[in-house]
Design a protein around this ligand. Structure first.
Ligand SMILES: *[C@@H]1O[C@H](CO)[C@@H](O)[C@H](O)[C@H]1NC(C)=O
Ligand SMILES: *[C@@H]1O[C@H](CO)[C@@H](O)[C@H](O)[C@H]1NC(C)=O
Ligand SMILES: *[C@@H]1O[C@H](CO)[C@@H](O)[C@H](O)[C@H]1NC(C)=O
Ligand SMILES: *[C@@H]1O[C@H](CO)[C@@H](O)[C@H](O)[C@H]1NC(C)=O
Ligand SMILES: *[C@@H]1O[C@H](CO)[C@@H](O)[C@H](O)[C@H]1NC(C)=O
Ligand SMILES: *[C@@H]1O[C@H](CO)[C@@H](O)[C@H](O)[C@H]1NC(C)=O
Length: 397
């Protein structure tokens, strides 16, 4: 009795297993060796193989569904296709996508559609490829990467011929850039391809870079030299075509404001003033042939604000000072002792007035000579004791 129960349950078990197996045998196998690759930012190539072990007379097709969400998806697909081919290209790109694919019978007796396969598709992991061309034949390109992609490769070249990067730049174990060298990068637009596999999805990213627009001139060095006449500012020469470069020299003389001289020459000269100190900096740009510039160089100083000919200069300033001081002293002394040096001379108008007062009846005329003898003669003739009277006016003067 107890045994009978076990028998029944065992039979039930076996029959269930058999049902399961027979049901499974009706179902087609899913596609095999599914691979996805991204050939551009918007194009996904889906490839697979026909499931192994299918009868030759069993014709199948494949259904592809694309969902704009992570796997496993729910709801209805954004887009779907059916094909008898073994590949399909989907032009679609969203932040998150799920691809679903399964086998469907076309003429395959007693078979039903297969279990589906799912694949998450994330946007390609390589972002922002940018380059810095820091000499005619040297360029560093770098990109940002969300996750580590062990098989990541960079290919570059112009006009379709691509060669692999030989000198990767790493951040830990992550490839984040490539050091390119050995050819003139400033001539053409370069094409870059970055590919690899992320979570089973092969990606391929394409970038075009015009290196002449990504120039970064390394900081320049400045030398200052002089001869008797001129002061020379000489910049180092970066390795770029000379006709593409323009140098800007910023200089300061004594305490004047900073001035600028620009030109394609690596050297500029100015009239040299020995008594001045000079400071200068230099910077170059690549604007004639593209875009880019250098950072400002270190500031270089030359000379001091003192005077090598100070005795001469001092004598030129001090001598006039001393001379003018002496002059002032002399003038003051002169003024004070004026009377002893230059005795007071009777003022002619007073004398004349006196004369006039003695000659009231004769009108005084300017320009007419004074003739005292007339007066004297007259007085002598009138009064004989005129010796005293004549002496009197002379004493009052
Ligand atoms: C799938 O790939 C494996 C390994 O590359 C290969 O052995 C197998 O034959 C492939 N399957 C089909 C159905 O081509
Ligand atoms: C897809 O991504 C989600 C979230 O990262 C994960 O849970 C799921 O297992 C992935 N599915 C497949 C098929 O890789
Ligand atoms: C398909 O199933 C029918 C009955 O359900 C059966 O008669 C037929 O033999 C089966 N054909 C094949 C190829 O298995
Ligand atoms: C470019 O990369 C090389 C090699 O990693 C490095 O030595 C050099 O400093 C880099 N130059 C610039 C400008 O980033
Ligand atoms: C990347 O692209 C190169 C050149 O087209 C190719 O030779 C290589 O097999 C690709 N690698 C991957 C992982 O797709
Ligand atoms: C600057 O002077 C130093 C030492 O005299 C010399 O080695 C260097 O080449 C000069 N640099 C330039 C740009 O002239």
């Amino acid at each position: 009795m107890g045994c009978g129960f076990w028998d029944i349950s065992l039979i039930a078990c076996f029959s269930l297993v058999l049902v399961g197996v027979s049901a499974g045998s009706d179902e087609l196998p899913p596609p095999e060796n599914l691979t996805l690759s991204m050939s551009s930012d918007f194009s996904i190539i889906i490839q697979w193989n026909r499931p192994a072990g299918l009868d030759a007379d069993c014709k199948v097709q494949y259904q592809i569904e694309l969902y704009l969400q992570k796997c496993p998806p729910s709801g209805t697909p954004k887009r779907q296709w059916r094909t008898i081919d073994l590949s399909h290209t989907v032009e679609e790109m969203a932040k998150e996508m799920c691809l679903k694919i399964f086998t469907l019978p076309v003429t395959c007796p007693n078979k039903t559609k297969s279990e589906p396969l799912y694949k998450n598709i994330t946007k390609h992991p390589v972002k922002d490829l940018s380059c810095v061309c820091y000499s005619r034949e040297k360029m560093n390109c770098s990109w940002s990467l969300d996750s580590d992609i062990s098989d990541l490769q960079l290919y570059y070249g112009k006009k379709g011929i691509l060669k692999p990067c030989v000198s990767y730049i790493y951040d830990g174990f992550k490839k984040t850039g490539c050091h390119l060298y050995g050819e003139n990068f400033l001539i053409d637009t370069y094409h870059f391809l970055v590919n690899g596999t992320e979570k089973g999805v092969i990606f391929q990213n394409h970038f075009d870079i015009d290196a002449s627009l990504s120039v970064k001139i390394p900081p320049l060095k400045l030398n200052i030299t002089t001869d008797q006449k001129y002061i020379y500012f000489q910049s180092s020469k970066p390795d770029f075509p000379p006709s593409c470069l323009k140098y800007h020299f910023y200089f300061k003389k004594c305490n004047e404001d900073e001035k600028k001289i620009s030109g394609t020459d690596t050297t500029q000269r100015l009239e040299y003033d020995e008594s001045c100190s000079y400071t200068a900096r230099v910077q170059a740009d690549f604007l004639t042939c593209g875009a880019g510039e250098s950072k400002m160089s270190e500031t270089v100083s030359y000379g001091r604000n003192n005077d090598p000919n100070w005795p001469l200069k001092v004598s030129m300033i001090v001598t006039p000072l001393i001379v003018s001081c002496c002059l002032i002293v002399v003038l003051v002394l002169c003024r004070r002792h004026k009377e002893s040096i230059f005795p007071k001379i009777p003022a002619p108008p007073l004398l004349l007035k006196d004369v006039l007062s003695n000659n009231r009846d004769k009108g005084f005329e300017v320009g007419k000579l004074y003739e005292p003898h007339e007066d004297v003669v007259e007085k002598i003739s009138v009064e004989p004791e005129s010796i005293y009277r004549h002496a009197e006016p002379a004493n009052t003067v």
